[in-house]
Design a protein around this ligand. Sequence first.
Ligand code: DX5
Ligand code: ZN
Length: 227
Amino acid sequence: MQKKLEIKVLPSLLAADMGRLEEACHRVEAAGADGLHVDIMDGHFVPNLSMGPDVVRMARRCTKTHLSVHLMVTHPQHFVEPFVNAGADTVLIHIEAQCDPATVLKDIRARGARAGITLNPETPAEAVHGVLGDLDEVLCMSVHPGFGGQGFIPQILPKIRELRARNPAVDISVDGGINADTGAQCAAQGANIFLAGTYLFRAADMAAEIAILRKRAQDAFTIGVRQ
Ligand code: DX5
Ligand code: ZN
C-alpha cells in the first residue's frame, strides 16, 4: 500500500425524508459520518428523478461535511460546473454515460473537487482501466442505480477484488444495499468507502450504526487486503 486508505461511511440523502432535508444534514453530521452522499438522477440514464444543484447548495449551507455527488445522468459533462459551484467535494460520474470520461474527470479535478468513476453492476472492471490516472475514487454499484432500498448484488464482489489488486492506492466505494454485513463483505475484497441510504436513515441510532459498519469494515478490510 502506497498510502493508508481510510475506511469511510457516508449516508445517502435519497433515503431521508424529502420534506426535512436540512434536519437530515444535521443528523448526518451529528452522527459522525465521513460525509453525505447525494444522488442526482435525470430520468434518462436511470428511470427516476431525484435532486439538483439546489439541494447540494442547501446541504453546503447547513453542514461542513464532505459532499459526495453521484451523477446518474446521461450527460455529466453539462453538470460538473453547477454541482462543484453548489459545493460538491467529490463528483462521481458513470463510465456508461455519454461523454468522454477522461475529459470530464479532468474537468472535475481542475475545478478543485475529487473525481470518481462509477461502474454499474454488469460493467466489468476493465472498463475503467483507461481513466485510472485521472481519478480519486472508483464506485462499484452494488444495485442497479435509480432507487434506494434494493437488495445487495453479491456478484459484484470479485470486481472489487480485481480493482483493488490493480489499484492499491485508489479509494474504492460501494453503493446500494449496504449494511454492516454487506459492507464487511465488500471491505474484505478491498472496498474502503461505504455509501448507505436505507440502513442508516432508517436506523434508530444512526451514530451507533455508522460506528458498527466502520468497525466491521475496518476488521474485514485488514484481513482481506493481506490475503
Ligand atoms: C441508488 C443510489 C444509492 C442509494 C442507496 O441508485 O445511487 O446511493 O441511495 O440506497 P440504499 O442504501 O437504500 O440501497
Ligand atoms: Zn449513489
